[in-house]
Design a protein. Structure first.
Length: 310
């Protein structure tokens, strides 16, 4: 077991670069689901591995062994690194649990504060010269936009803006970001997936806006003009970290993607399938290693209990 539990902890080191490439090659919606799901699987597997490692060490403590009627020498896997590794795993679990709760509470607090400052209508217009707009999740979801941003766009461009933010709300994109941020608290190596996930979500909303308006060039122009207006006031319009904005991310890449046909922008299907298969293998390897480690630990416990029963 001592060897299997390390696999979920090191897989993200190799898998994250491949996942970032997948975000560029896959369609936006598929990329968002892939990155979010991948983050959850790897974070869950690494946390389970730490739990098994900590449990393996705890079972060798006399009070715990006595409680479970175990004979510690018969548990197997008497590697000299097991005890220090178990201690480190327990500390990592405690730190991860603390960070997870703190991050969840912070996300909830930010959303509550933002909703308290927004009007109850679906469209909340703020009298502010600073140009910004974002989708504020909740029940119901709201679009927050300032008079400064409305003045920066013409009537058709404002339709694009609203269609973009409505796509964020309809797709519940804030949950994708929230899951990714929580996954990072459990495994810091997954930090590299947050930026490509945010980009995929913005591209997903861009494509939805282009479909709603029926004009990709108009959509690209509106996003570009909104970003230029917001760029004059860097840092303006604080918003919750899980709220998405039309001006977020690498806007030039988003504009270029809208002005490029999807067939020309994507690599061949065989390459996409190969990359998707590689990610699936990484996820299966991580989850399988956890299952194998859990089986070994359970078998060791059964042997220790059986021998003490004679």
């Amino acid at each position: 077991m001592i060897f299997a539990v390390w696999i979920p902890l090191i897989v993200p080191l190799l898998a994250v670069p491949a996942a970032r490439r997948a975000a560029e090659w896959l369609p936006p919606r598929a990329a968002a689901w892939t990155l979010a799901g991948f983050s959850v699987v790897l974070a869950g597997s690494s946390t389970a591995a730490l739990g098994l490692l900590a449990s393996a060490g705890a079972l060798r403590l006399p009070p715990v062994a006595a409680l479970g009627h175990l004979s510690p020498p018969l548990l197997g896997d008497g590697s000299p690194v097991l005890v220090p590794a178990s201690v480190l795993a327990a500390l990592a679990l405690a730190a991860g649990a603390f960070a997870l709760v703190r991050t969840g509470l912070r996300q909830r607090r930010e959303l509550r504060a933002a909703r308290a400052g927004a009007a109850a209508d679906e469209l909340s217009v703020r009298a502010d010269e600073l140009p910004y707009a974002y989708a504020l999740p909740g029940r119901p979801g709201r679009i927050v936009v300032t008079t400064g941003m409305l003045r920066a766009l013409d009537a058709r461009e404002r339709e694009v803006l609203f269609a973009h933010e409505r796509a964020h709300l309809a797709g519940r994109h804030h949950l994708f970001l929230a899951m990714a941020e929580l996954a990072v608290t459990l495994h810091p190596m997954l930090r590299g997936l947050r930026e490509p996930l945010a980009y995929a979500l913005e591209r997903w909303a861009d494509e939805s806006a282009a479909t709603a308006t029926g004009d990709r060039a108009l959509t690209a122009r509106a996003i570009g003009r909104a970003a230029l207006a917001a760029a004059r006031f860097p840092g303006a319009g604080s918003r919750p970290r899980t709220a998405l904005a039309v001006t977020a991310g690498p806007v030039p890449r988003r504009v270029a993607a809208l002005l490029t046909t999807s067939a020309a922008a994507r690599p061949r299907r065989a390459l996409r399938r190969a990359l998707a298969g590689a990610l699936l293998v990484c996820a299966a390897l991580s989850a399988g290693a956890v299952a194998d480690a859990a089986h070994d630990l359970h078998a060791g416990v059964e042997v220790a209990q059986g021998e003490t029963g004679h």
